[in-house]
Design a protein around this ligand. Structure first.
Ligand SMILES: NC(=O)c1ccc[n+]([C@@H]2O[C@H](COP(=O)([O-])OP(=O)(O)OC[C@H]3O[C@@H](n4cnc5c(N)ncnc54)[C@H](O)[C@@H]3O)[C@@H](O)[C@H]2O)c1
Length: 349
């Protein structure tokens, strides 16, 4: 049973609950710990769509053969500043953490590190992985390709995934600057939420099966597609992610990437890419952090527009939510609690 008090779940209870499910599914304790940390940390940031809500479908994917509970991701080839990692269909956060640590080690030696993973699947929110680099005083980028669910300008139908990208950059006095986003206008979950509420959506969110912008959220699952953020610019960024995480790593790309949540028994060969830069190759780390602090100060001190209370740095909302979550528990939304309870039924928790 998951202990929910006043609508909140403590971080330690949530980690323990998730670990119990993963151990019952046959994972090693160390891998279950890593995965729980990735998913629960995303929940503390308020990224509920891609936190522990993802664990039940990931364990179904594992039970059905799409993932291997005991696989070890492995470096297959490497140079002084890069590595290719075969995920061997381990639990994806395990492969992603291993690969990001590899990129960080490479950056320690060479100033820059790239690590690409193939034979993987859904790794959840991208943010955690980039944050590992920032915690080591480095600049981190993390990204993954995803099964096609997004159109591109001029196309009818789905072409690319909603490929997410994250960066995390250390500062001196503030918390890391930290952007974590999909490359579609909004996450698909927002379209489904509007459909449930019977509400129309803005014209820039989806296209229907004929490739025309639609305000009817139900068109998405009738052959429609998400729209890229900022039109051709979002398309261009999603394409870069497809190239770095899919083409360059040896993973599947575009229509070869299956839908992990539907093709649960399939080895879907999604790819991830991690890039790390050590600022110390160019200047002393304290100078870099002082310059970052100055940048944050200038942005924060910009006069606000009428009606605006403050200017946020990317990641600032997430840090504030995390502070609250660590103090008083995580206010998991009802849909996440439902998924967690169903997972409890699956694994007799
Ligand atoms: N693995 C996958 O298949 C997959 C696919 C798509 C998305 N995702 C994940 O979904 C999550 C949500 O993505 P999203 O695109 O819906 O995120 P979003 O649109 O909510 O954007 C979140 C980002 O924008 C920043 N932000 C928001 N308001 C801001 C403001 N006023 N000023 C400055 N910064 C601001 C936040 O700090 C955060 O970094 C991400 O964690 C992403 O990695 C995963």
């Amino acid at each position: 049973m998951l202990n929910v008090t006043n609508g909140k779940v403590s971080v330690s209870d949530l980690v323990a609950y998730c670990m119990r499910a993963m151990l019952k599914a046959g994972m090693r304790e160390e891998d279950a710990q890593t995965t729980a940390d990735v998913l629960v940390t995303s929940d503390t940031w308020g990224v509920y769509t891609h936190g522990t809500k993802q664990l039940r479908p990931l364990l179904i994917h594992m039970r059905d053969g799409g993932l291997d509970p005991l696989a070890n991701p492995q470096i297959i080839s490497e140079g002084s500043s890069w590595a290719h990692v075969d995920g061997h269909y381990a639990m994806p956060p395990v492969s992603a953490v291993m690969a990001m640590r590899t990129a960080i080690n490479k950056a320690h030696q060479s100033g820059i590190g790239f690590s690409g993973v193939y034979h993987s699947s859904h790794f959840g929110a991208a943010g955690y992985y980039a944050m590992l680099a920032a915690q080591s005083d480095m600049i981190g980028l993390a990204m993954t390709n995803v099964d096609p669910f997004m159109t591109v300008p001029g196309a009818k139908g789905r072409v690319l995934g909603t490929n997410p990208i994250t960066y995390a950059i250390p500062t001196g006095k503030a918390r890391p600057v930290f952007l974590d986003m999909a490359t579609s206008t909004v996450a698909a979950s927002k379209v489904f939420a509007a459909e449930t509420l019977g509400k129309p959506i803005p014209e820039t969110w989806i296209v229907d099966r004929d490739g025309k912008p639609s305000t009817d959220p139900s068109e998405l699952l009738k052959g429609g597609a998400m729209q890229p953020m900022a039109g051709y610019k979002g398309y261009g960024i999603a394409l870069l992610i497809e190239i770095l995480a899919g083409v360059l790593t040896g993973a599947a790309f575009t229509t070869d990437v299956k839908t992990w949540i539907i093709d649960t028994d399939a080895r879907i060969n999604q790819g991830h890419a991690f890039i790390v830069l050590d600022p110390q190759i160019m200047m002393p780390i304290d100078d870099f952090k002082a310059r970052m602090d100055e940048l944050v100060r200038r942005i924060h001190e910009t006069p606000t527009a009428p009606g605006a209370q403050r200017i946020y740095m990317p990641g600032e909302m997430e840090w504030e939510r995390r502070d609250d979550a660590l103090k008083t528990g995580i206010p998991l939304p009802e849909d996440v609690l439902l998924y967690l309870r169903d997972m409890g039924d699956d694994w007799d928790l």
